[in-house]
Design a protein around this ligand. Structure first.
Ligand SMILES: *Cc1c(COP(=O)(O)O)cnc(C)c1O
Length: 478
């Protein structure tokens, strides 16, 4: 049976509205009904299949998992895309995601050795190669439009640069990112990458993206697309390293492992949920938030209360500064027995009442523990203390996001259960917090030593959707 995709709000479930294939949904953002795409069912791995995965290289493991989801791509082609993506040249080592053991049963899985020093490269590099392949097959092209306050923009640019059939327009708030982050993005000289520095803040950038995407005529004419965290191709690629981490810390599939995940839009830890649904023996998925604690509140109390832009705090783990968790609806769908009507009702409440409370429904609340999620929150002082502790005790530098994960992980540690903390960025990206914690600048990969001094290429514009549409059209028409 082939893998088909449906929307969390019901599209694709009716006979007159056929469900879609992996390549169909890859280039789309939201489903037409406003929901998120998910497979009709998760492939559940047999014990033999799981055993056969132990010991595979990262690329072979990725193929074993992703081929279940991308079954409309011929196996040899998919293999070639994956082998081209997960190489030591791109990710710095044969292991791709090396494990660092702090002490028995306490580990860090390093996911940040890609080109932009954050875990987003793990999925985005795959997406770049995948897009190029699918677009060539369909003789199509895409113009990706996005807004970034840091990590997403750079990882998208390093994934899409030089790719045939792809142009990328990335909006960022002028003079609001760190010098390192600006240098990472603006020093790219590839002709298909367009950096637009917007006079304003991140929300202004996002408003422009929304305004452009809501212009359906413009969107269709100029083939505007997105690569944000709800993209299913990204989620699928992230499932792989949960398996990699599990095999790295166990010797048999009888053992259970817990994962701690620094979370924002719920993309990373959702991939852990999917790995668990596929049969990976995961005990707990530990969701760590910073001061922006919408997810921690939900997993502790059942209350999901979307924050307003004004309530969203700027923190020293900025990539987790979110007001709503865009991928959360996918978990909700599984929690609600995969009933799209129930999802629609709760999302209606989010729109009209600002949130909902699943603890009011005894049946839902009762089944929550079966999914293995637990959570906690980490504040600025916690991050700084953890960074210091890890340096003093283990001689290892971790960044502020990974520190949030480790802080919450330690609160939930269980005797005899290996705990894997996902590292989501390298300290080099967040110099000022590292100076605050350790009194000195973090180590930077040698290749990036002088990045701030490279020539920069960007367009400075007002937060004016019309002007930005004109700019995009001009570049596309050449
Ligand atoms: C994006 C990001 C996160 C949050 O991941 P989600 O998938 O949005 O939950 C955490 N840490 C870093 C460094 C990131 O770039």
């Amino acid at each position: 049976m082939s893998m088909r995709y449906i929307s969390t709000r019901g599209a694709g479930s009716a006979p007159e509205e056929p469900a879609k294939s992996f390549c169909d949904i890859l280039l789309e953002g939201l489903a037409p009904d406003g929901g998120l795409f998910l497979p009709q069912s998760y492939p559940v791995l047999s014990a033999d299949e799981l055993t056969s995965m132990r010991g595979l290289s990262y690329a072979d493991l990725a193929f074993a998992i992703i081929s279940h989801y991308a079954d409309d791509i011929p196996a040899d082609d998919l293999k070639a895309i994956i082998n081209k993506t997960y190489t030591p040249q791109v990710f710095g080592s044969e292991e791709i995601t090396p494990l660092r053991t702090l002490e028995p049963d306490l580990h860090i899985l390093q996911l940040s050795n890609g080109p932009t020093l954050a875990f987003k490269d793990m999925a985005m590099q795959f997406l770049g190669n995948l897009f190029e392949y699918v677009l060539a097959k369909r003789s199509a092209e895409i113009n990706i439009l996005g807004a970034t306050s840091g990590d997403t923009g750079s990882s998208a640019e390093y994934a899409m640069k030089g790719k045939h059939g792809v142009r990328l327009f990335m909006l960022s708030p002028h003079e609001k990112m760190s010098p390192f982050q600006c240098a990472q993005m603006f020093s790219l000289q590839d002709e298909n990458i367009f950096n637009i520095a917007v006079r304003g803040v991140f929300d202004d950038c996002q408003d422009v993206v929304k305004a452009v995407s809501n212009d359906l005529v413009f969107k269709a004419k100029y083939k505007i697309g997105a690569v944000n965290s709800i993209n299913w191709g990204r989620i699928v690629a992230q499932v792989v390293y949960y398996f990699k981490g599990y095999f790295a810390v166990t010797s048999s599939n009888e053992e259970k492992v817990s994962f701690a995940v620094p979370s924002g839009n719920f993309g990373n830890v959702l991939a852990g949920h999917i790995a668990r649904m596929m049969g990976l023996p995961v005990r707990h998925l530990i969701v760590a938030t910073n001061e922006n604690d919408v997810l921690d509140e939900f997993f502790r109390t059942g209350r999901y209360r979307q924050r307003k832009a004004a309530e969203t705090r700027q923190t020293s783990s900025p990539s987790m500064d979110i007001s709503k968790a865009s991928n959360f609806e996918r978990f909700l769908y599984d929690l609600l027995w995969r009933d799209p009507a129930a999802v629609r009702e709760l999302m209606r409440k989010v729109d009209h009442e600002g949130g909902f409370d699943v603890s009011e429904c005894a049946d839902v609340w009762k089944r929550m523990p079966a999914f293995g999620f637990i959570s906690g929150r980490s504040m600025h002082a916690d991050r700084i203390a953890i960074i210091r502790m890890v340096w003093e005790k283990y001689g290892i530098e971790i960044d502020t996001h990974t520190a949030d994960g480790l802080k919450v992980a330690l609160e939930h540690r269980e005797h005899g259960v290996p705990l894997v903390c996902l590292e989501t960025a390298l300290p080099a990206k967040f110099e000022s917090s590292m100076v605050e914690a350790l009194g000195r600048k973090p180590v930077r990969p040698a290749a990036l030593d002088d990045i701030e001094n490279l020539p920069q290429r960007f367009e400075l514009m007002d937060a004016d959707a019309l002007a930005i549409k004109r700019f995009i059209a001009g570049k596309i028409n050449g």
